[in-house]
Write a protein that binds this ligand. Structure first.
Ligand SMILES: *Cc1c(COP(=O)(O)O)cnc(C)c1O
Length: 429
């Protein structure tokens, strides 16, 4: 495959945009080489600026769960755009999306829309602090909750890809209020609770982690968190920016059968436009301005185009819940294929999968937390990534990201992917 045009566009972009990108992982720093500039996409396929077709396993990092340029979403957005793109005044469609979203998820009475997952998580902890009157939050190493200061402490995703899970620019004052525990490790949580008696407002977690590759929570771990939070009057925040409306209608809360106190959303809920949201029971949400004292706002929040994309997306998922099973089956098929090919060739690996999230870690030991994920062989990952790219398969360009399948992907696309892997697997040795 040729990447001449992508190369030229990247050079030009670097002159004007830091690193040539508007979000770091796109720059291919973790895998080397030139990022692929995309021209357009339809269904399961990306078409780049050099005319290559790529099977897409990131789906815009999650939102496009039904594939690219999904017709009902396009139609809704185009129709809405013709009636004006932003008002800064209430519109009916905000209530339509709120009602539908709340009817699909469990245990949530009210929802507030924002513009990104970052904003949702940032607002959720402010609300938790305001509601409980306590300061500290507990987060887990390797979990990513967006790029607000409070979360850039041992963060996953792009932050760890670039070797700076702790970012300069985050003050000590902010950092001291973020306590760090280990995923799947209740003892680490207990130690923090013991040392910070009475002052923990919230525990925030990716209920199925996807920003250190895919990591599945042990049943006892996630139940244990719920019990501790209830007992100590700490709010349990599920960051479902990735898992919400992806693992099931009701997201991770439904599949893990755990009720969180606040849930954050993003990605799928915007259908490919910028939307984030956070939801909770009434008594918590009533703490938010203008009903309550905790301030939170946004000029473009609830934007009609974004709402119409989200509404079309959630309507489709609500009407066809079998999508979630179909996606999980496709992901399982991919899993079995990769497993077979890597095992037959004696390549040490772990595959973690939950629903339509999956990641391949090139290590011998099971990956259950950030430390485990860090043990993956990044040289093997780079060869795997570029090998697959040369075969027309676009995987996340970092070992610390989950793949996100979309339902436009067919079994023959997956077979094509596996044939590509068969052809390049000897290079991984
Ligand atoms: C993507 C992501 C975020 C951040 O969302 P943005 O829209 O990129 O700000 C937060 N939490 C999780 C779990 C995510 O996957």
């Amino acid at each position: 495959m040729k990447y001449q045009r992508s190369s030229a566009l990247f050079k030009e972009a670097q002159r004007y945009i830091p690193g040539g990108v508007n979000s770091p992982v796109r720059a291919f720093k973790a895998v080397g080489g030139t990022p692929v500039f995309v021209k357009e996409a339809k269904g399961a396929y990306l078409y780049d600026e050099d005319g290559n077709r790529l099977i897409d396993y990131i789906s815009s990092w999650g939102p496009l769960i039904l594939g690219h340029a999904y017709e009902p979403v396009l139609e809704a957005v185009i129709k809405k755009a013709k009636k004006g793109t932003s008002f800064g005044m209430p519109t009916e469609i905000e209530t339509d999306l709120a009602k539908l979203a709340l009817s699909m998820v469990l245990n949530m009475d009210k929802i507030r829309f924002v513009n990104s997952g970052t904003e949702a998580c940032m607002s959720a902890i402010r609300l938790a602090r305001g509601f409980t009157g306590k300061d500290k939050i507990i987060k887990f190493a390797g979990c990513y909750h967006g790029h607000a200061d409070a979360f850039l402490i041992q963060a996953g995703s792009g932050a760890v890809t670039f070797g700076s899970p702790n970012s300069p620019g985050v003050t000590e004052g902010t950092a001291k209020d973020t306590l760090l525990a280990r995923y799947n490790n209740l003892e680490s949580v207990d130690a923090l609770l013991e040392a910070n008696k009475e002052n923990v407002a919230a525990v925030i977690i990716e209920p199925v982690a996807g920003n250190m590759g895919c990591i599945i929570p042990d049943d006892s771990f996630i139940k244990g968190l719920r019990e501790r939070c209830t007992e100590k009057k700490i709010l349990l925040i599920f960051d479902e920016v990735m898992t919400g409306f992806r693992l099931a209608k009701g997201g991770a809360q439904e599949v893990l059968n755990i009720k969180a106190d606040i849930v954050t959303y993003g990605k799928v809920i915007g259908g490919g436009l910028p939307v984030g949201a956070f939801a909770a029971r009434k008594e918590i949400m009533d703490y938010l301005a203008p009903d309550g004292p905790v301030y939170q706002a946004g000029t473009l929040s609830g934007n009609p185009l974004a709402m119409s994309a989200g509404l079309a997306m959630l309507t489709a998922l609500n009407e066809k819940p079998e999508v979630f099973e179909s996606l999980a089956n496709k992901t399982e098929y991919l899993h079995q294929g990769i497993e077979r090919i890597l095992s037959d060739n004696g390549i040490a690996h772990q595959i973690n999968r939950f629903g339509s999230m999956i990641s391949v870690h090139f290590t011998e030991k099971p990956v259950k937390d950030f430390e485990g994920a860090m043990k993956g062989n990044n040289d093997t990952f780079k060869k795997y990534f570029h090998g697959m790219l040369s075969k027309g398969v676009y995987l996340p360009p970092s070992a610390f990201e989950s793949y996100f399948l979309n339902d436009a992907l067919s079994y023959s696309d997956i077979d094509f992917t596996l044939e590509g892997l068969t052809e390049i697997v000897s290079d991984l040795k």
